[in-house]
Design a binder for this molecule. Structure first.
Ligand code: HEC
Ligand code: HEC
Length: 395
C-alpha cells in the first residue's frame, strides 16, 4: 500500500554496491578522507567538516546523544533545531525520493540513515549493521556551516564558514538524559543562532551569536573579545566545548585541561589554514549605488566608523581592543573573557547574517547605526542613517 521508499533499503543497496569502499565505511566510521588530499588547506577542510578530535567521549559516553538521535530525533525535528543536511552526500536514489516527498521525515530511522550516509552537517556518527547508532560526535561545521537550501529548507550544498543562525545548540544539548533540570533550563533559554562558549567553565549564562568563520585572514585576534588568535580559539573550542581529547591551558580564564591523549594539536595547522582560506562571500548588488557612495563617505568621515573599522578587514583588532563603555556594550560578557574588552568586529557580508553585536543586541543594520548615533553623539539625519545602512549592506 505505502508508496514510501524505505530509506534504509536504498541506503543498504547503495552501501552494498560500494563494498569496495568498506575501508571508509558507508557514511559511518572515522573521519577518513575519501580521496587523498595533499594541500594543507584541503586537509583542513576535512578537519573542519568531519573531525571530532575524539569528542565522542562526551557526546556519546556522557550525553548519550547516540541514543537520543536514534529514538527521539526524526528529520523534521532535526531540521527544526537547525541541523542541516548535506545534499551532496546523498546518493541519487535517496535525493530523488527526498525531492518526491517519499522519505518518512517523521521517523528517527530516517535520521539514522542520514547519519549513516554522513549527511548531517557537523555530526559524525557510527551506525552498526543493525542500524544502532554506536557513537556520536560533533565537528566545527555544526556551528560554522550551513547549506544553500537548494533542495529544501535545511537541505543543500555546504557553505563552510557561514554561521548557522538556525542552530539551536542549547535545545539539542538539553535533549540529553544526562543534563539536569536546572542546566536544561539554561540551555533552552539560548535560542537559535546562539551558544555560550563559557557557561560550562564559569557557570554564568550569557550566550553570544555564532559568528562567521570566514573573512579572518589578516585579523590577528579572534572572537568578540579578542582572547587570542584563530589557533588559540580553535584549541579552546576543540578541548573545552566540543570536549575533544587534547590540552588547553589559559590562566587568564582559569582553565587547565590536561588529557592523556592529544588528538587536537596535530590538526590545528591545517584547520587554521583552511579557515583563513575562507573568504567573505559576495552580497547582493546594492539597489541604490548613490546612497552607497554617500554612506561610504559618512563611514570614512563624519560618522567615525573608520577610526575602528579600518580597511581591509574593517577592524583595528591588530592594534587595540575597546572597553565595553567605549563602544556601549555590556560589561558582563567581556568580564568573562581573557581580555575584559571587545574586539572591533571585522565587517564581513553583514547583509547575510543578522542580527549584530556579540549578543545580537541589534536586530538590523538600522539598529546598529542608531546604536552608534547615540553612543558617538553623531546626530545623524534619517537620510544619513539609511545611507550608512546602504553602505554597510555592501561590505
Ligand atoms: C557549539 C557551536 C560551536 C562549535 C562546535 C564551534 N564554534 Fe566556533 N564559535 C562559536 C561561538 C558562539 C563563537 C563566538 C565566541 C566568542 O567570540 O566569544 C565562536 C567563535 C569562533 C571563531 C572566531 C570568529 C571571529 O570572528 O573571530 C572562529 C574562527 C571559530 N569559532 C572557529 C571554530 C572552529 C575551527 C571550530 C572547531 C574546532 C569551532 N569554531 C567550533 C560556536 C562554535
Ligand atoms: C570605538 C571603536 C568603534 C567605532 C567608532 C565603531 N565601531 Fe562598530 N564595532 C566596534 C566593536 C568593538 C564592535 C563589537 C561590538 C559587539 O560585538 O558587541 C563593533 C561592531 C560593529 C558591528 C557588528 C558586526 C557584526 O557582525 O556583529 C557593525 C555592523 C558595526 N560595528 C558598524 C559600525 C559603524 C557603522 C560605525 C560608525 C557609525 C561603527 N561601527 C563605529 C567598534 C567600533
Amino acid at each position: 500500500m505505502s508508496h514510501r521508499v524505505r530509506l534504509f533499503r536504498v541506503v543498504v543497496a547503495f552501501c552494498a554496491a560500494l563494498v569496495v569502499m568498506a575501508a571508509t565505511g558507508c557514511g559511518g566510521g572515522r573521519s577518513t578522507a575519501i580521496t587523498p588530499l595533499a594541500a594543507p588547506a584541503a586537509d583542513g577542510q576535512q578537519v573542519f567538516r568531519f573531525e571530532t578530535f575524539g569528542d565522542e567521549q562526551f557526546w556519546t559516553n556522557t550525553l548519550q546523544m547516540n541514543q537520543v538521535v536514534q529514538t527521539k530525533v526524526d528529520p523534521t525535528t532535526a531540521l527544526s533545531v537547525g541541523l542541516k543536511v548535506d545534499a551532496d552526500a546523498l546518493p541519487a536514489a535517496v535525493l530523488a525520493a527526498l525531492q518526491a516527498g517519499q522519505l518518512d521525515l517523521k521517523s528517527p530511522a530516517t535520521t539514522v540513515a542520514l547519519l549513516k550516509l554522513n549527511a548531517v552537517v557537523g555530526v559524525k556518527a557510527t551506525v552498526d549493521a543493525n542500524n544502532n547508532v554506536t557513537s556520536f560526535g560533533i565537528s566545527c561545521a555544526l556551528c560554522h556551516s550551513t547549506v544553500d537550501n537548494r533542495i529544501a529548507k535545511g537541505i543543500g550544498s555546504r557553505l563552510d564558514g557561514w554561521p548557522n543562525r538556525d542552530l539551536n545548540a542549547g535545545a539539542i544539548i538539553a535533549l540529553s538524559p544526562a543534563v539536569d533540570a536546572a542546566h536544561k533550563a539554561v540551555y533552552n533559554s539560548w535560542g537559535p543562532g546562539k551558544y555560550d562558549p563559557r557557561f560550562n567553565e564559569d557557570g554564568l549564562n550569557g550566550p553570544v551569536l555564532i559568528p562567521p568563520a570566514y573573512g579572518l585572514a589578516g585579523v590577528n585576534l579572534a572572537t568578540y573579545t579578542g582572547d587570542g588568535d584563530v589557533a588559540y580559539w580553535n584549541r579552546y573550542v576543540a578541548v573545552t566545548q566540543m570536549h575533544g581529547q587534547g590540552n588547553f591551558s589559559d590562566p587568564r580564564v582559569g582553565i587547565n585541561v590536561v588529557s592523556p591523549v592529544d588528538l587536537v594539536t596535530p590538526k590545528i595547522p591545517a584547520l587554521v589554514a583552511y579557515e583563513l582560506s575562507l573568504t567573505t562571500p559576495a552580497v547582493p548588488a546594492p539597489a541604490d549605488p548613490a546612497a552607497v557612495a554617500r554612506g561610504a563617505a559618512l563611514f570614512n568621515g563624519a560618522a567615525k566608523c573608520v577610526t575602528c573599522h579600518a580597511a581591509p578587514a574593517f577592524t583595528d583588532a591588530n592594534l587595540r581592543l575597546h572597553t565595553p563603555a567605549e563602544v556601549g556594550q555590556d560589561l558582563a560578557y567581556a568580564n568573562r573573557s581573557a581580555t575584559k574588552e571587545y574586539r572591533t568586529t571585522p565587517l564581513r557580508a553583514l547583509a547575510l547574517h543578522p542580527p549584530y553585536f556579540h549578543d545580537g543586541g541589534a536586530a538590523t543594520l538600522t539598529d546598529v547605526v542608531n546604536h552608534y548615533n547615540t553612543q558617538l553623539n553623531l546626530a545623524l539625519s534619517a537620510q544619513q542613517t539609511s545611507d550608512l545602512v546602504a553602505y554597510l549592506s555592501t561590505l
